[in-house]
Ligand binder design. Structure first.
Ligand code: HEM
Length: 541
């Protein structure tokens, strides 16, 4: 970029130097020439399909090295900023609409300021991108750097360090044995949720309980700390505030990530908020690490102990450990709570589906006892319901965090240069009428496999629905997440009838499916319900 900028400005100065003397008129004339040159270059870049970042790149590359082929279609957006507007608010919907307009559902190019972006709304092209080793990296936002996430799995550059972290997490946090080992903890939290929900039968907003339950669950797996849902605890409150703040900062579209000339200004105050948050996270997580180090004797092997026990090349520095632990808490908390809220909302909205789930629970579990995790494999219809909710309301509609091309490559026949950011619009794919029959209908039956059919896997092999991503960077917490969500939802549905609040008690008793996209896509208006217990016996029986 610097080289071209210099060349661009040199000929302007050459022109200016023709002026004999630096009289006021000549200075003004030079400035005008410079402005006109800059303005015409800006328009020139902008005129390229995909907008200014693509135009600038093509101009800089000139006719050198790579043969020019057809440009990737895409909207131009605005001069200089390109299509920043697409990323504001419900980005997945805006991008899908733009791709439709440009007839570029397979592959569309657009610009976020100086950032070249490609996006696909097609499952085959999504597979090509996500499963390619070229896209095993992620673009790191300034906020992610500031919050140390570049040292955690999600944003660590593709390489030895990232591979080590994934291996450690896969071997010590996400193995089937480890997930099974946390069963009692999930059961305990589920029973606390049932007690809390049981105390609020009318006009009750479920989100806060779900978020607290999810946070307590991660606190237990990662930090080995156990907290009660119904009692206030300073440590949990502090961590919740830290997670909320981090969540908001990472979820924001940071203009300085894409417009380098804004870097010095920090117009959205993201940098200053990050710099206030980081010492608090260091103090909090560092304190937990220190407490674990000080422990003697019998240890309950939580993730902190695992990290502390690593030796040799796997050994992590304290600051890297803080980043890894903080990310796990951060990732595992909201996604799970957001998904459960969507599932419960759909249950309130579709009494026919709800009653089929209840029939299945009565048949497989029976009303005389509560759900056990061993029942989950028999709950075929409930599994289909969860998949259908993930199809219509994927927590990461754009798969949360994008990918970055490590080298030049070809996608869907188009040349994609190194350094291009790639996104997959999973939301658009999972609502595409060419991929799904009656895509906007809520029909869990589509996931109930018929005799002899293979069950539809949502774990990344079939890109028609891959809410956990796919390829090298696929979500490592997917099995843990699905076990937690399935067990908690089965329990909550087995214990209660989920109904809309009565009209006389609640003005707005409709389930509102409007979305709010932060880091995850959550319900814009939290779900409010009326609960009727289904089983007379207590939870433990
Ligand atoms: C419903 C719950 C969840 C959903 C929908 C979800 C979704 C995703 C998605 C879409 C990605 C990006 C995948 C890609 O680029 O191909 C991701 C990455 C990741 N997720 Fe999850 N996730 C969930 C739960 C969890 C949990 C419980 C944890 C851990 C406790 C977790 C940890 C991670 C990590 C560490 C990454 C980064 C992986 C990497 O870059 O190598 N997730 N997740």
């Amino acid at each position: 970029m610097t080289t071209t900028t210099n060349i661009e400005s040199l000929w302007v100065f050459a022109l200016a130097s023709k002026c004999r003397a630096f009289t006021q008129e000549n200075v003004a004339c030079s400035l005008l020439i410079m402005f006109l040159a800059w303005f015409s270059m800006t328009l020139f870049y902008w005129a390229h399909p995909g907008g200014p970042a693509w135009g600038k790149f093509m101009f800089k590359r000139g006719s050198s090295s790579v043969p020019v082929n057809t440009p990737i279609p895409g909207p131009r957006g605005f001069p200089l900023i390109g299509n920043m507007n697409l990323m504001v608010s419900l980005a997945h919907r805006k991008i899908a609409a733009a791709a439709e307009t440009c007839n570029a559902k397979r592959l569309m190019a657009f610009s976020l300021g100086d950032t070249r972006v490609i996006v696909t709304c097609n499952p085959d092209v999504a597979k090509e991108i996500l499963n390619s080793s070229v896209f095993a990296d992620r673009p790191v936002k300034e906020s992610a750097y500031s919050l140390m996430f570049n040292r955690a799995i999600g944003f660590a550059p593709y390489g030895v360090y990232w591979r080590t972290l994934r291996r450690i997490a896969a071997n010590h946090l996400f193995t089937p044995k480890q997930i099974k080992g946390a069963e009692t903890q999930r059961l305990d939290i589920a029973s606390q949720m049932v007690d809390m929900f049981g105390d609020h039968k009318e006009g009750f907003c479920v989100r806060q309980v779900l978020k607290r339950a999810s946070l307590n669950n991660m606190m237990c797996s990662v930090f080995g700390r156990e907290y009660k849902l119904n009692s206030l605890n300073n440590e949990v409150e502090e961590l919740r505030d830290l997670v909320e703040e981090g969540y908001e900062l990472l979820g924001m579209l940071n203009w300085t990530d894409h417009l380098p000339w804004l870097v010095d200004f920090d117009p959205q105050k993201i940098r200053s908020r990050c710099s206030k948050l980081v010492p608090k996270v260091n103090r909090f997580v560092g304190g937990i690490i220190a407490a674990h180090r000080a422990q003697n004797g019998e240890k309950n092997m939580d993730f902190v102990h695992v990290l502390l026990s690593l030796q040799g090349p796997d050994k992590l520095s304290d600051s890297d450990m803080i980043a890894v632990l903080w990310e796990m808490i951060f990732r595992g908390t909201d996604t799970v709570a957001v998904l459960i809220e969507w599932i419960l909302a759909r249950m309130v909205l579709h009494p026919d589906v709800r009653s089929r789930v209840h029939d299945e629970l009565d048949k497989v579990v029976g009303r005389s006892r509560s759900v056990a995790e061993s029942d989950l494999s028999g709950l075929v219809y409930l599994t289909a319901v969860i998949k259908e909710v993930l199809r219509l309301h994927p927590p990461g509609p754009l798969l949360s965090w994008a990918r970055l091309a490590i080298t030049d490559t070809t996608i869907d026949g188009y040349h994609v240069p190194e350094g291009t950011t790639a996104m997959v619009n999973m939301w658009a794919i999972s609502r595409d009428p060419q991929v799904w029959k009656d895509p906007l209908e809520f029909m869990p039956d589509r996931f109930v496999s018929k005799e002899g059919e293979v069950e539809f896997s949502i774990l990344g092999s079939d890109l028609r629905l891959a809410p956990f991503g796919s390829g090298r960077r696929v979500c490592p917490g997917k099995n843990l997440a699905l076990t937690t969500v399935s067990f908690w939802v089965a329990t909550l549905l087995h214990e209660f009838e989920w109904l809309p609040p009565s009209e006389q008690n609640y003005n707005n008793n409709k389930v509102d499916l409007s979305e709010l996209l932060r880091l995850s896509c959550e319900m814009a208006n939290p779900l409010t319900v009326k609960l009727r217990p289904r089983r007379k016996l207590s939870f433990s029986q």
